[in-house]
Design a protein around this ligand. Sequence first.
Ligand SMILES: Nc1ncnc2c1ncn2[C@@H]1O[C@H](COP(=O)(O)OP(=O)(O)OP(=O)(O)O)[C@@H](O)[C@H]1O
Length: 218
Amino acid sequence: MGHLLKVDALYKSYGKEPVLEDFNMQADRGEIIGLVGENGAGKSTLLRIIATLNRPTDGEVYIDEQSYGKNYKKLRRKIGYVPQEIELWEELSVIENMRFFEKLSHENRSVPELKNLLSELHLEKYDTKVSRLSGGMKRKLNLAISLIHEPELLLLDEPTSGIDLKSRIEIGKFLKGLAGKGALIIYTSHDMTEIRELCDRTIFIGKDPFYKNILTDG
Ligand SMILES: Nc1ncnc2c1ncn2[C@@H]1O[C@H](COP(=O)(O)OP(=O)(O)OP(=O)(O)O)[C@@H](O)[C@H]1O
């Protein structure tokens, strides 16, 4: 069987200068991959293209050997995406947010199932209004929402930025568990210690060799 994800000769420009130029990668189920590069290197752009939220200028993305082309609506169901910015209903409670996004997803999940997912992430304040949660808890909730439809491919844009150490460790353990069950996780972070601890391999993106050197120097 082919790779779960294949990115082939991807090119993206917003203006004259390309952000991504002939970018290629393959990845398989069970991997945790760290995307590393300077600010503005194109990490979020790449994740958004893989998440079907942004279109490449040229090149193609495949999931299970099916190209995004005509299949992107179907393939989108296999993908979970957590953006850098937190996107939640502040005036609703934790469980109300989960129920809202469950209705938007293509899967039916019961309230006990949703609560179970929250508790796996150590987020048991089901009835607390989101506006009263800490930044770290909001990030966990965003992550839980992206997992409602049990995606095979999970794309995380700086999921632990601004998160305390305990939550960071909890999220790391949780992600390793997900990968152990066969999910592919692609992850951006500026924290090299975290990347080294969590990721099976790293992919350098961008022009600044500083990052490439950090990775190869060990
Ligand atoms: N919608 C857009 N329109 C125009 N330019 C954009 C757009 N989105 C991103 N860019 C530009 O593309 C480049 C790559 O941005 P991107 O957010 O993908 O980088 P990044 O590696 O995720 O950066 P960071 O580490 O700061 O999050 C930047 O120069 C950015 O200004």
